[in-house]
Write a protein that binds this ligand. Structure first.
Ligand code: AMP
Ligand code: ZN
Ligand code: FE
Ligand code: FE
Length: 289
Protein backbone atom coordinates (compact mmCIF):
# COMPACT_ATOMS: atom_id res chain seq x y z
CA UNK A 1 0.00 0.00 0.00
CA UNK A 2 1.31 3.43 -0.88
CA UNK A 3 0.60 5.95 1.84
CA UNK A 4 -0.61 9.37 0.77
CA UNK A 5 2.19 11.80 1.60
CA UNK A 6 1.29 14.14 4.43
CA UNK A 7 3.74 16.79 3.33
CA UNK A 8 4.59 18.50 0.05
CA UNK A 9 7.32 20.79 -1.11
CA UNK A 10 11.07 21.03 -0.62
CA UNK A 11 12.54 19.94 2.72
CA UNK A 12 15.38 21.69 4.57
CA UNK A 13 16.45 19.50 7.51
CA UNK A 14 18.96 21.68 9.40
CA UNK A 15 18.24 25.17 10.81
CA UNK A 16 19.07 27.17 13.93
CA UNK A 17 17.14 29.75 15.95
CA UNK A 18 17.99 31.97 18.91
CA UNK A 19 17.52 28.92 21.12
CA UNK A 20 21.11 28.29 20.10
CA UNK A 21 23.17 30.45 17.76
CA UNK A 22 20.70 31.46 15.05
CA UNK A 23 19.71 35.12 15.03
CA UNK A 24 15.93 34.62 14.68
CA UNK A 25 13.20 33.30 16.99
CA UNK A 26 11.86 29.79 16.22
CA UNK A 27 8.62 31.29 14.88
CA UNK A 28 10.50 33.64 12.60
CA UNK A 29 12.53 30.73 11.22
CA UNK A 30 9.20 29.01 10.39
CA UNK A 31 7.87 32.16 8.67
CA UNK A 32 11.09 32.53 6.72
CA UNK A 33 10.88 28.87 5.72
CA UNK A 34 7.36 29.33 4.36
CA UNK A 35 8.50 32.51 2.58
CA UNK A 36 11.38 30.58 0.99
CA UNK A 37 8.85 28.11 -0.45
CA UNK A 38 9.79 25.19 1.79
CA UNK A 39 7.21 22.51 2.57
CA UNK A 40 9.18 20.84 5.34
CA UNK A 41 11.68 22.32 7.78
CA UNK A 42 13.59 20.80 10.70
CA UNK A 43 14.55 23.02 13.63
CA UNK A 44 17.88 21.66 14.88
CA UNK A 45 19.26 23.95 17.55
CA UNK A 46 22.50 22.88 19.21
CA UNK A 47 21.93 20.57 22.21
CA UNK A 48 18.43 21.90 22.94
CA UNK A 49 14.77 21.27 22.21
CA UNK A 50 13.64 24.52 23.83
CA UNK A 51 12.41 25.90 20.48
CA UNK A 52 10.15 22.99 19.57
CA UNK A 53 6.94 24.32 21.08
CA UNK A 54 7.16 27.81 19.60
CA UNK A 55 8.20 26.38 16.23
CA UNK A 56 5.30 23.91 16.15
CA UNK A 57 2.70 26.63 16.78
CA UNK A 58 4.25 28.83 14.08
CA UNK A 59 4.67 25.98 11.59
CA UNK A 60 0.94 25.21 11.68
CA UNK A 61 0.22 28.90 11.32
CA UNK A 62 2.36 29.46 8.25
CA UNK A 63 1.70 26.08 6.62
CA UNK A 64 5.03 24.26 6.76
CA UNK A 65 5.58 20.78 8.16
CA UNK A 66 7.97 20.83 11.10
CA UNK A 67 10.39 18.01 11.85
CA UNK A 68 11.49 18.71 15.44
CA UNK A 69 15.19 18.03 15.83
CA UNK A 70 18.48 18.94 17.43
CA UNK A 71 22.15 19.17 16.47
CA UNK A 72 23.91 17.13 19.13
CA UNK A 73 27.54 18.18 19.89
CA UNK A 74 29.85 15.16 19.99
CA UNK A 75 33.60 14.70 19.83
CA UNK A 76 35.69 12.00 18.22
CA UNK A 77 39.25 12.37 19.47
CA UNK A 78 40.07 16.02 18.90
CA UNK A 79 37.51 16.39 16.13
CA UNK A 80 34.09 17.90 16.70
CA UNK A 81 31.33 15.78 15.12
CA UNK A 82 27.79 17.16 14.87
CA UNK A 83 24.96 14.68 14.98
CA UNK A 84 21.55 15.73 13.68
CA UNK A 85 18.79 14.00 15.62
CA UNK A 86 15.19 13.96 14.45
CA UNK A 87 11.85 13.11 16.04
CA UNK A 88 13.15 11.79 19.38
CA UNK A 89 11.22 12.03 22.65
CA UNK A 90 12.06 15.48 24.07
CA UNK A 91 11.28 14.20 27.59
CA UNK A 92 13.84 11.38 27.47
CA UNK A 93 15.76 11.52 30.75
CA UNK A 94 19.12 10.13 29.63
CA UNK A 95 19.24 12.34 26.55
CA UNK A 96 18.28 15.42 28.57
CA UNK A 97 20.90 14.69 31.22
CA UNK A 98 23.55 14.58 28.50
CA UNK A 99 22.46 17.73 26.68
CA UNK A 100 22.21 19.63 29.98
CA UNK A 101 25.78 18.58 30.72
CA UNK A 102 26.94 19.85 27.32
CA UNK A 103 25.10 23.17 27.70
CA UNK A 104 26.59 23.70 31.15
CA UNK A 105 30.09 22.93 29.87
CA UNK A 106 29.54 25.24 26.87
CA UNK A 107 28.66 28.05 29.29
CA UNK A 108 31.79 27.56 31.43
CA UNK A 109 33.93 27.23 28.33
CA UNK A 110 32.51 30.45 26.83
CA UNK A 111 33.28 32.28 30.10
CA UNK A 112 36.85 30.98 29.98
CA UNK A 113 37.31 31.95 26.32
CA UNK A 114 36.03 35.44 27.12
CA UNK A 115 38.51 35.76 30.02
CA UNK A 116 41.35 34.85 27.67
CA UNK A 117 40.20 37.31 24.99
CA UNK A 118 39.67 40.03 27.62
CA UNK A 119 43.41 40.04 28.31
CA UNK A 120 43.92 41.50 24.81
CA UNK A 121 40.60 43.11 23.78
CA UNK A 122 37.95 45.16 25.58
CA UNK A 123 35.31 42.47 26.12
CA UNK A 124 33.24 41.41 29.14
CA UNK A 125 30.97 38.49 29.92
CA UNK A 126 28.06 40.97 30.00
CA UNK A 127 28.79 41.81 26.35
CA UNK A 128 28.22 38.14 25.51
CA UNK A 129 25.10 37.86 27.66
CA UNK A 130 23.72 40.88 25.77
CA UNK A 131 24.00 38.86 22.53
CA UNK A 132 22.35 35.73 23.95
CA UNK A 133 18.69 34.88 24.45
CA UNK A 134 18.10 33.70 28.06
CA UNK A 135 18.37 29.91 28.25
CA UNK A 136 20.04 29.58 24.85
CA UNK A 137 22.85 27.11 24.19
CA UNK A 138 25.89 29.39 24.33
CA UNK A 139 28.61 29.09 21.72
CA UNK A 140 31.41 30.93 20.01
CA UNK A 141 28.84 32.67 17.76
CA UNK A 142 27.61 34.69 20.76
CA UNK A 143 31.18 35.70 21.60
CA UNK A 144 31.60 36.62 17.92
CA UNK A 145 28.50 38.83 18.05
CA UNK A 146 29.87 40.55 21.17
CA UNK A 147 33.18 41.18 19.36
CA UNK A 148 31.21 42.70 16.48
CA UNK A 149 29.16 44.86 18.88
CA UNK A 150 32.42 46.07 20.44
CA UNK A 151 33.78 46.95 17.00
CA UNK A 152 36.70 44.52 17.14
CA UNK A 153 35.60 42.72 13.95
CA UNK A 154 33.10 43.62 11.22
CA UNK A 155 31.13 40.33 11.10
CA UNK A 156 30.54 37.08 12.96
CA UNK A 157 32.25 35.10 10.20
CA UNK A 158 35.36 37.30 10.44
CA UNK A 159 35.47 36.68 14.20
CA UNK A 160 35.51 32.93 13.44
CA UNK A 161 38.27 33.37 10.87
CA UNK A 162 40.36 35.40 13.35
CA UNK A 163 40.03 35.78 17.12
CA UNK A 164 37.84 32.68 17.61
CA UNK A 165 39.80 30.37 15.31
CA UNK A 166 41.44 27.51 17.26
CA UNK A 167 44.89 28.46 15.99
CA UNK A 168 44.67 31.98 17.46
CA UNK A 169 45.09 30.67 20.99
CA UNK A 170 41.88 31.79 22.69
CA UNK A 171 40.06 28.59 21.78
CA UNK A 172 39.00 26.02 24.37
CA UNK A 173 36.91 22.86 23.86
CA UNK A 174 33.74 22.01 25.78
CA UNK A 175 32.53 18.63 27.05
CA UNK A 176 30.91 16.45 24.39
CA UNK A 177 30.16 12.71 24.36
CA UNK A 178 31.68 10.50 21.69
CA UNK A 179 29.48 9.93 18.61
CA UNK A 180 28.72 6.31 19.55
CA UNK A 181 27.24 7.34 22.91
CA UNK A 182 25.25 10.09 21.17
CA UNK A 183 23.85 7.74 18.49
CA UNK A 184 22.78 5.29 21.21
CA UNK A 185 21.11 8.05 23.26
CA UNK A 186 19.20 9.36 20.23
CA UNK A 187 18.02 5.86 19.27
CA UNK A 188 17.04 5.03 22.86
CA UNK A 189 14.87 8.19 22.78
CA UNK A 190 13.18 6.99 19.57
CA UNK A 191 15.04 9.45 17.35
CA UNK A 192 16.81 9.18 14.01
CA UNK A 193 20.52 10.17 13.90
CA UNK A 194 22.24 11.64 10.83
CA UNK A 195 25.83 12.96 10.80
CA UNK A 196 25.87 16.69 9.96
CA UNK A 197 28.34 18.08 7.37
CA UNK A 198 30.66 15.03 7.64
CA UNK A 199 33.07 16.14 4.89
CA UNK A 200 33.97 19.75 5.63
CA UNK A 201 37.68 19.07 5.34
CA UNK A 202 37.70 16.60 2.48
CA UNK A 203 37.61 12.85 2.29
CA UNK A 204 40.72 12.23 4.37
CA UNK A 205 39.53 14.11 7.44
CA UNK A 206 36.33 12.06 7.54
CA UNK A 207 35.43 9.51 10.18
CA UNK A 208 37.04 6.21 9.16
CA UNK A 209 35.08 3.18 7.95
CA UNK A 210 35.66 1.10 11.06
CA UNK A 211 34.19 3.73 13.36
CA UNK A 212 31.45 4.62 10.89
CA UNK A 213 30.53 0.92 10.86
CA UNK A 214 30.18 0.98 14.64
CA UNK A 215 27.90 4.00 14.44
CA UNK A 216 25.79 2.25 11.80
CA UNK A 217 25.53 -0.84 14.01
CA UNK A 218 24.35 1.44 16.83
CA UNK A 219 21.64 2.94 14.60
CA UNK A 220 23.14 5.75 12.54
CA UNK A 221 20.62 6.40 9.75
CA UNK A 222 22.16 8.90 7.37
CA UNK A 223 24.78 11.40 6.26
CA UNK A 224 24.18 15.05 5.39
CA UNK A 225 25.75 15.26 1.94
CA UNK A 226 24.33 18.45 0.45
CA UNK A 227 25.73 21.10 2.78
CA UNK A 228 27.78 24.05 1.58
CA UNK A 229 30.77 23.15 3.74
CA UNK A 230 31.19 19.57 2.45
CA UNK A 231 33.99 19.52 -0.13
CA UNK A 232 33.35 18.08 -3.66
CA UNK A 233 35.83 15.28 -2.96
CA UNK A 234 34.19 14.58 0.35
CA UNK A 235 30.75 14.30 -1.29
CA UNK A 236 32.04 11.61 -3.65
CA UNK A 237 33.28 9.67 -0.64
CA UNK A 238 30.01 10.19 1.29
CA UNK A 239 28.09 8.66 -1.61
CA UNK A 240 30.35 5.58 -1.52
CA UNK A 241 29.95 5.26 2.24
CA UNK A 242 26.16 5.62 2.05
CA UNK A 243 26.04 2.83 -0.57
CA UNK A 244 28.33 0.60 1.41
CA UNK A 245 26.54 1.04 4.76
CA UNK A 246 22.97 1.52 3.53
CA UNK A 247 22.62 5.09 4.81
CA UNK A 248 20.26 7.79 3.53
CA UNK A 249 21.70 11.07 2.20
CA UNK A 250 20.19 14.39 3.25
CA UNK A 251 20.65 17.99 2.17
CA UNK A 252 20.09 21.20 4.08
CA UNK A 253 21.08 24.79 4.59
CA UNK A 254 22.31 24.97 8.22
CA UNK A 255 20.52 28.32 8.34
CA UNK A 256 21.57 30.68 11.17
CA UNK A 257 19.53 33.77 10.19
CA UNK A 258 21.92 36.68 9.69
CA UNK A 259 24.67 34.83 11.57
CA UNK A 260 25.91 32.91 8.53
CA UNK A 261 25.56 33.40 4.76
CA UNK A 262 23.66 30.07 4.45
CA UNK A 263 20.16 30.63 2.97
CA UNK A 264 17.05 28.53 3.71
CA UNK A 265 16.45 25.92 1.01
CA UNK A 266 19.89 26.28 -0.59
CA UNK A 267 20.10 22.49 -0.25
CA UNK A 268 17.16 20.16 0.21
CA UNK A 269 16.36 16.52 1.06
CA UNK A 270 14.34 14.28 -1.29
CA UNK A 271 10.76 13.49 -0.17
CA UNK A 272 11.49 9.75 -0.01
CA UNK A 273 14.31 10.37 2.47
CA UNK A 274 12.13 12.64 4.59
CA UNK A 275 9.48 9.91 4.62
CA UNK A 276 12.07 7.26 5.57
CA UNK A 277 13.19 9.39 8.54
CA UNK A 278 9.58 9.88 9.65
CA UNK A 279 8.87 6.14 9.31
CA UNK A 280 12.00 5.26 11.29
CA UNK A 281 11.24 7.54 14.24
CA UNK A 282 9.27 6.46 17.30
CA UNK A 283 10.00 9.30 19.72
CA UNK A 284 7.78 12.08 18.40
CA UNK A 285 5.64 13.08 15.43
CA UNK A 286 6.21 15.66 12.74
CA UNK A 287 3.94 18.70 13.03
CA UNK A 288 1.94 18.53 9.81
CA UNK A 289 0.63 21.83 8.53
P1 AMP B 1 31.03 26.29 18.98
O1 AMP B 1 30.10 25.11 18.83
O2 AMP B 1 30.68 27.13 20.14
O3 AMP B 1 32.47 25.88 18.95
O4 AMP B 1 30.81 27.21 17.69
C1 AMP B 1 30.84 26.64 16.41
C2 AMP B 1 29.46 26.75 15.79
O5 AMP B 1 29.28 28.09 15.33
C3 AMP B 1 29.22 25.87 14.57
O6 AMP B 1 28.14 25.02 14.86
C4 AMP B 1 28.80 26.82 13.47
O7 AMP B 1 27.70 26.36 12.74
C5 AMP B 1 28.38 28.05 14.26
N1 AMP B 1 28.40 29.31 13.52
C6 AMP B 1 27.38 30.19 13.53
N2 AMP B 1 27.66 31.26 12.77
C7 AMP B 1 28.90 31.04 12.25
C8 AMP B 1 29.73 31.78 11.34
N3 AMP B 1 29.34 32.94 10.84
N4 AMP B 1 30.94 31.25 11.01
C9 AMP B 1 31.33 30.06 11.52
N5 AMP B 1 30.58 29.32 12.36
C10 AMP B 1 29.38 29.80 12.73
ZN1 ZN C 1 25.16 26.69 14.92
FE1 FE D 1 27.14 21.87 12.78
FE1 FE E 1 24.22 23.58 12.44
Amino acid sequence: MTAVPLFTGPADLHTHSRVSDGTESPSRVMRQAAGAGLGVVALTDHDSTAGWHEASVAARDVGVTLIPGMEFSTRFGYKSVHLLAYLFDPADGDLNTETARIRESRLRRAESIVSKIAADYALSWDDVVAQTTPGATVGRPHIADALVARGHVPTRSEAFAGILHPRTGYYLPHYAPDPLKAVRLVRAAGGVPVIAHPATRGRDAMIDEKHLGELVDAGLFGLEIDHRENTPDGKVRLRQLADRFGLVLTGSSDYHGDGKPNRLGENTTPDAVVQAIIDEATGSEPVYS
